[in-house]
Each structure stands twice: as C-alpha cells, then as structure tokens.
Design a protein around this ligand. Sequence first.
Ligand code: GAL
Length: 428
Amino acid sequence: MANRHILRRGMTIGLSVTAMAIGSTAIAAPTKGTVSVLNWWTSGSEAKSMNILEQMLADQGYKMVNDAVSGGGGSNARTVLKSRIQSGNLPGVAQIKGPQIQQWCNTGLTMNIDPVAEKGNWNQVLPEAVSKYMKCDGHYVAVPFNIHRTNWLWINKSVLDKAGAQMPTDWDSLVAALKKIKQAGITPIAGGGNTWQVATELDAIALAAGGPDFYRKAFVDLDPDALSSDAMIKSLQHLRTIQQYTDPNAQGLSWNHDTGEVVQGEAGMQIMGDWAKGEITNADATPGKEIACIAFPGAYTGYSYQSDSFEMFAHSNSDKNAQYAFARTALSPEFQRKFNKAKGSIPVRQDVSLEGFDACAHKAKKDFITAKKNDALVPTFSQDMAETGAVKGAIFDVIAKFYNNKDMSAEDAAKEMAHRVQQAQAMS
Ligand code: GAL
C-alpha cells in the first residue's frame, strides 16, 4: 500500500506541477536539446560507462546532464526520484528496472517512445525476457542497456594458490577453499554487509542451493510454501556460513571497494553480479585470468539476469528530441559494444558481436543461451527484476534481521519471510 500511495500521490502532485516544470525549470538547451538522467552509477567503471553515452550524445549535438546519486543497487536514487516527483522537478530519464517500470507507468507520468523503438526494430533485436519489461500497455516507455548476471563468484587465483586451495565446483568444495584461505590469514569473502550486498549474496546462493524452479516459486510467484521451504532454510544456512568467512570489520564498505580487495589479493572471493567485472577491468586486471569468474557453485546451475533500463518521463525538465536521442543511442550497436565492455555486462541487443570482450562476457552469453533453453533463466530478485518495491522491502528486512542477529535460526527467518511477503502483498 505504501508504494501505491506514494505513486498515487506522486501522480497528483507531479501533474499539478507539470506546468511549473515546463515553464520554469527547463534546462537551457545549448544546441539540439538537453536530457537529464537520474541514475546510481557512481563507481569508477559505472561513471566511465555513463561517460561513453554522454560523449556519444554530445557528438550528435545533445547535452546529457548526468544526475548520479551514489549508493550501489540504487535505493538512494529511487528515493531522490520520488522526492523530485513531489517537487515537480522530473528528470527526463530515470534508471528504473523490472516491474517498477510498470508501476511508474501507472502514474501517467511516463513518455511513449514507440517511434524510436519502431525505427530501431526493438521487437526484433531485444530478447523477450527483457523487452516485456520495457513496455506499458503495449507501448515502449523504457530503454534497456544491457544484460547483467547476478549469480557470479569472483575468485583471485593467486590467493587460492597461496592458500593451497582448489577452484570450487560445488558448495562443499567452496567451503573447503574458504577454510584454507582463512587459515592462510587472508579474508576469504569480501562483503560490505549492507542489506543490498547481503541480498545479492543470498540471491546467488538460493539459485545454486534450491534451483531455478524453487527460485521462481519463491521470489517471482511469492509462494509462501516455497518461501518457507527446506530449500529456503538451506539457502539461509549457507548465507550464515558465508557470513562466518566474511570480514566482520568490513561493515558499511561499498561493493566496489570489496571488488578492489579481491583484485589486490586482500580478500579471496566476492559474490557479486558482473558489474564487479567492470571494476576488475577498470583496475587493469583481466577477468577470467587473474580473477576467475564462475557461476556461484551448488547443487543447481541457473542464470539470474537483470537488465539496467531507463524510463522516460513526459513533461520533465528535458527536451523530447534529446530523450529520443538518448533512447536511440543507447541501443545503437556502437554504444552497446563500448558501454558493455566497460560496464561488465553483455549487450542486450542479440545481434551485436562479443568480439574483443573478455572470457567472462563470453561465458555469460553462452550460459544465458543455455539457461534459456533449459528454462533456468530467472529474473533476479535482489536487483528489482522479480517483484515490486513493497515486497522487495519485506524480503530485504528479513534478510537484514537474520544477518544482524546471529541467534536467529534459518527456520525462523524463512517462516518470517513467507509471512512478511504475504503481508506486503495484501497491503499493496
Ligand atoms: C545494480 C545495477 C548494476 C550495478 C549495481 C551496483 O542494481 O543494476 O548495473 O551497477 O547496481 O551499483
């Protein structure tokens, strides 16, 4: 309910100040037009990736104002977006993912970009797993940039060697490797411990421990039996084990700081989506060489995916032609190659080649195709692809409670998750 309430309020207030936004807050257009872009890409590799778009738009005569709000995973940026709507200062474009695209569309504030999509053949070049999220009532309102995979484990190979540990292939061999790294006096897992990071860890663990069918029932269908099942209990127990191998003093550190620790050999591994790969490359290491990339190991294999996407707003502080140029350029083959190389993701366009991309990008693409064939492709819950804000909030609350209270059992946490999710659904 909270979520809808905010959206409805946002709609009323947003529309009532629309005239104001048009009249007074429009950014002066230096050349062909200006587009402001609210996003949360502030790490080194993220900012570099965004600069590519800014430059490509500048080359065409458009000005992109990069409104970046720090905070991995975007919760700060989402709060800023809501408050900007309340104050009638809508950005032309905002980073919004998954089912939330539809929620924003329901406010009536979004902009139809069908003319760009039709010209660019988006229905043909985008995978259906992604394009279905970009539309509202059959019309495109958002543009996707990439495909990221969440369930990766990044491993510093020289740390493994130093510790005399083997490359893990399943849960038991992972725990054996973590134990050896700890014995060698190195932090086994780099993990900042904020809820978004812990949820990202549980995301990968749950897919490996319970498999894609369980994952879908729990996090997409929100089935209470799956949410409180043995598979969920096992996943939470595995998270507790991972926590025991994580530096307790790292609390509050950012995900990109953690990636840096793995690259420097100060920590052995990180459980993180392949935006970590952007940081690895940015630090001049080679993903797939010094830093291995494997799907988080366990009883099952699968692929949890997400697509970073940007929704367009009408009556914003931006020029429509610049918003169109933003959408058109983002899906151009040239941008898709340059951006995704820097960002760590793979192109969302299916017709763009991976020539010159690193080994982990090639693995990501191959695994995406295999997972699609085997029905093992799941929208990732920790990165907003599976559920709406209120339900995600309930899941994240329980994860935080469990992580911060070592006396809470996995059984109790699973039960509470099922209960809180049901409550959140009833209220939204
Ligand atoms: C994710 C986003 C990624 C990444 C990460 C850390 O939600 O989709 O692109 O950059 O947050 O900020």
